[in-house]
Each structure stands twice: as structure tokens, then as C-alpha cells.
Ligand binder design. Structure first.
Ligand code: BES
Ligand code: MG
Ligand code: ZN
Length: 465
């Protein structure tokens, strides 16, 4: 989807001109004011469309309800734009122009919502879904160009997570990472991963015929304010390993690299958004498969920081891969680490499919990310980090087991990860197991990958612009 900032969108030759309608007020468009029925009052998300019969350069004009003018906020704008864009897709419009007049800033939410709603994954369909090709927008400041260039990254994040595992292999992710501009990317193979002491990660990868790839992308501006590591869980497929998942749970496990996809999407546009922070994006890409070479329940593995882990369940593999990457990130002497992972079914049970879990070792850091999420239209909720969860993971034969009690599983996973984070580094862990992949359309997102976390991390980086 192309986004163009223009002087006067009302005078464009395009499929539809979209204006906003507040309740009890006239719109900026004379045709709408003359022909809209009284039943169209301008409630949030209400849509009215008419043909312009050549009275305007655009073919159609659409009014979308923005509710009561004094109540307008970001959520209202997103809801209204979702309804308008859905209508545009229904009517097979290709070029659309927004002429929105409000006292609050609407540019960024309008662009992002348009991109979210317009998205669908049809690469493998011979008959493609209808999509909007160009969005024109006026009455906005030019700094939204930065965000306009970032919508591509969100599309990439969703595409990669939607791709079959057969396509999105560790090697493929590595190749994609190497294709990005403005960054330096190092790729490490099995032998090198072993040399780096990342044996928990290697244990998970062992069972697959597709070899692992450790991906390290670096973005280094001239005078960075700080150093941040972004870690995405990169399980290109999670069968559960020898502790095999049932078929119904395995079906969507191509999406177990949604965290990695999110980080890859961000790094694909980092050269355009140019935040003033050093960013190290890290992905331990691999597959968790059952085979004669698989790691086994009862195995004891040693992570990069020397801690030993008894493998209680081969399906709790994400934390094993992340353990080594967290150590690696801390060794880079970064100020902050954020990991994003489809980590636990327990998080889905606790928070559902619209709220992501967040935990960390520094409450003001976690709070700052939650605040950024809210601003980005994403919902994050902090889960507890009590020692009790860690005590459940005590092992008789190693420093810890990779699972705890059946209950409180999201927090247990968080406490497990904490073992691999240096105390002086600010760290937050985002569990997107419930939010990364939808089994039915919701809030303007189609079924499948949502790219959750992308907008929050993007805005977090943009705080340092
Ligand atoms: N990738 C899964 C978590 C998951 C579950 C993601 C549902 C998306 C939707 C993870 O590797 C896993 O299998 N976790 C186990 C851990 C358990 C064995 C302690 C789980 O949550 O069941
Ligand atoms: Mg698993
Ligand atoms: Zn997994």
C-alpha cells in the first residue's frame, strides 16, 4: 500500500474521497451534507457513500462517523477508519483519499489502521484478494512520512508469520535479514553457535533436518543515546519435539516465529525510521522436531552463562533458545533488552487473544513499554514475577528445570528467562502467544498473523528520534 501526503485531497481524481462526520455537525463535503439521510447521524464507525456524478473529481464520496467532537481520541479514529477502509474493500476501491478535519492528530492512526485493515495474505492464491493500492492524505504534518515508510515493515512481519514453515526456514530468515539496508548482519551456523556456548538453543535445534541460524542485525547511528537489544523468538516450527503436540495445537505452529517476524519487520525499515539508538536485533532461528537426533526429556544442557538446565519437557523449547540469546545480548553490554515471544499457552489462557503479557526486572522500564503499547493501540498487561514460580523449577540434578507447575505458566517462563539476564541490564519480556495469530477476524485484523508488538516497538524506538 502506497501512502502519499498531498496538499488538497478533496480535489483528487481517485475512487473515493473520505470525509469525517461529527454528530450534529455538517461535514466538509457539500454532497454529503445535501444527500445523506437523517438516519446517518455520524456515530463512530457509521458509513455513508454516494456516487459523485462528476460533481467532484473522485468517483465516490464517503462520510465516516467520528462521534461527538469533544469525545474524539485515538481509539475513535481507529474504529472509524477501520469501518471506512472495510467499506472501501467491499466496494473494490483501489485509490482512496482522506480529507479529515479534526482538532486532534489523526495522521498516524489513519495510516496505520488503513494498512492493518487492507492487509491479507494471498501469496498462494491464484485469484488474489482485492487490495487498496494508494492512500492519499492531507492536513497532516510531513513527519508522518517516517511512519508511512514503516507500514511496509508491518506487512513484512505479518507475511513472514503467515508463511508456511516450509518457506520460512531458519536459512530463509537469515537470507531475508541479510537483504536489509542500512544495517550490518552476521549469521552464525551450527558450528559457530556451538563455539558461542549456546547449547540450550542447539539442543532444541538438533532434531530438525533444517539447520539453525543465529541472526545478529546491527543498526548503529552516529551518536546513539543508548544501546537496545530486540530479541524475537524464532521457532520456525514447533512440533513440540519428542513431547509431541496434538494435531490441533500443532496446526498454527508455523507462527512460533512471530516474535522474530516482528523484529525482522522492524529492521527492514530501520534505515528509513532512523532512531537515535543503537539496535541489536537477535534471532535464534530453528525448528523443534521429533527425530532420532532430537534432544530428549531428562537431558541436561548448559546455557551460554554456564547454568545447567534439566529438560523436563521438550515443548518448553522457546525459553531454552531465548536463554542463550539473553546471555548473548547482555554480553553486548546493552542498556535494555526486550524479548518478544509466542512463549506460553498459559498466557493465552490468562489474557486471551487481544492482550499480550509483559514481565521484566525493572518496573519503570516495563511501565514505559506498556505506555507505548497503549499509545500504539496495543494492549499489554503486566504479569507477576514472584520467586514461588522459580522455586517450582528447582531440579534435583541441574540448576533448574525448563518447566514448573502446571499453573501460572506465563510467569514461570518469565522467571526462567530472568536467570539469563544480567541484573544491571533493564529487561522486558513480552508474551504474544495469544495475540500473534487470530483464528477469526477481529478489530480490523484478518484471520492469521497480526504483527503484534511491531507498532509498540516502532514507537518505542521513535521515542529517541
Ligand atoms: N510455542 C508454544 C506456546 C504457544 C502456545 C504459542 C499456544 C502459541 C499458542 C510453546 O513452545 C509451548 O509449547 N509451550 C508449552 C510450555 C509447557 C510445555 C510448559 C505450553 O505452553 O504448553
Ligand atoms: Mg513448544
Ligand atoms: Zn514454541
Amino acid at each position: 500500500m502506497d501512502i502519499r501526503i498531498v496538499e488538497n485531497s478533496a480535489q483528487l481524481d481517485c475512487d473515493v474521497l473520505i470525509v469525517n462526520k461529527f454528530q450534529d455537525e455538517l461535514t466538509s463535503n457539500d454532497l454529503i451534507n445535501r444527500y445523506a439521510p437523517d438516519s446517518f447521524t455520524g456515530k463512530v464507525g457509521e458509513v455513508f457513500t454516494i456516487h459523485t456524478r462528476k460533481e467532484l473529481p473522485s468517483k465516490y464520496v464517503m462520510a465516516v462517523g467520528f462521534g461527538i467532537e469533544n469525545n474524539i481520541d485515538r481509539d475513535v479514529i481507529c474504529k472509524a477508519i477501520t469501518a471506512a477502509v472495510k467499506k472501501c474493500l467491499d466496494m473494490k476501491f483501489k485509490t482512496i483519499a482522506f480529507d479529515i478535519r479534526t482538532n486532534v492528530t489523526f495522521g498516524i492512526p489513519t495510516i496505520l489502521t488503513s494498512s492493518i485493515v487492507n492487509y491479507s495474505f494471498d501469496k498462494y492464491k491464484t485469484k488474489k484478494n482485492h487490495k487498496i493500492s494508494t492512500v492519499y492524505i492531507s492536513n497532516v504534518s510531513s513527519d508522518i512520512n517516517v511512519v508511512a515508510s514503516a507500514v511496509e515493515g508491518l506487512e513484512l512481519a505479518r507475511d513472514l508469520a503467515n508463511e508456511p514453515a516450509e518457506y520460512a526456514t531458519p536459512e530463509r530468515l537469515a537470507k531475508i535479514a541479510q537483504s536489509f539496508e542500512g544495517i550490518e548482519t552476521d549469521i552464525y551456523n551450527e558450528k559457530e553457535i556451538a563455539q558461542m556456548g549456546m547449547n540450550a538453543y542447539l539442543a532444541v535445534a538438533k532434531g530438525s533436518d533444517n539447520p539453525p541460524r543465529f541472526i545478529h542485525m546491527k543498526y548503529v547511528p552516529e551518536n546513539p543515546e543508548k544501546k537496545i537489544a530486540l530479541i524475537g523468538k524464532g521457532l520456525c516450527f514447533d512440533s513440540g519435539g519428542l513431547d509431541l503436540k496434538p494435531a490441533s495445537s500443532m496446526l498454527t505452529m508455523r507462527n512460533d516465529m512471530a516474535g522474530a517476524a516482528c523484529v525482522l519487520g522492524l529492521m527492514s525499515v530501520i534505515d528509513k525510521i532512523r532512531p537515535n539508538v543503537e539496535v541489536h536485533a537477535l534471532i535464534a532461528a530453528c525448528e523443534n522436531m521429533p527425530s532420532g537426533k532430537s534432544y530428549k526429556p531428562g537431558d541436561i544442557v548448559t546455557a551460554r552463562n554456564g547454568k545447567t538446565i534439566e529438560v523436563d519437557n521438550t515443548d518448553a523449547e522457546g525459553r531454552l533458545t531465548l536463554a542463550d540469546v539473553l546471555c548473548y545480548a547482555c554480553d553486548l553490554e546493552v542498556d535494555e533488552v526486550i524479548d518478544i515471544a509466542t512463549l506460553t499457552g498459559a498466557c493465552v489462557v490468562a489474557l486471551g487473544d487481544t492482550v499480550s503479557g509483559i514481565m521484566g526486572n525493572n518496573s519503570s522500564f516495563v511501565d514505559a513499554i506498556i505506555k507505548t503499547a497503549t499509545y500504539s493501540g496495543e494492549k499489554f498487561w503486566e504479569l507477576p514475577m514472584f520467586q514461588d514460580y522459580r522455586d517450582n523449577m528447582n531440579s534435583d540434578v541441574a540448576d533448574m528445570k525448563n518447566t514448573g507447575s502446571r499453573f501460572g505458566g506465563a510467569s514461570a517462563a518469565g522467571m526462567f528467562l530472568k536467570e539469563f539476564v544480567t541484573d544491571s541490564v533493564k529487561w522486558a519480556h513480552i508474551d504474544i502467544a495469544g495475540t500473534a495469530f487470530l483464528d477469526k477476524p477481529r478489530n480490523g485484523y484478518c484471520k492469521g498473523a497480526t504483527g503484534v508488538g511491531y507498532l509498540t516497538l516502532l514507537n518505542y524506538l521513535l521515542l529517541h528520534k
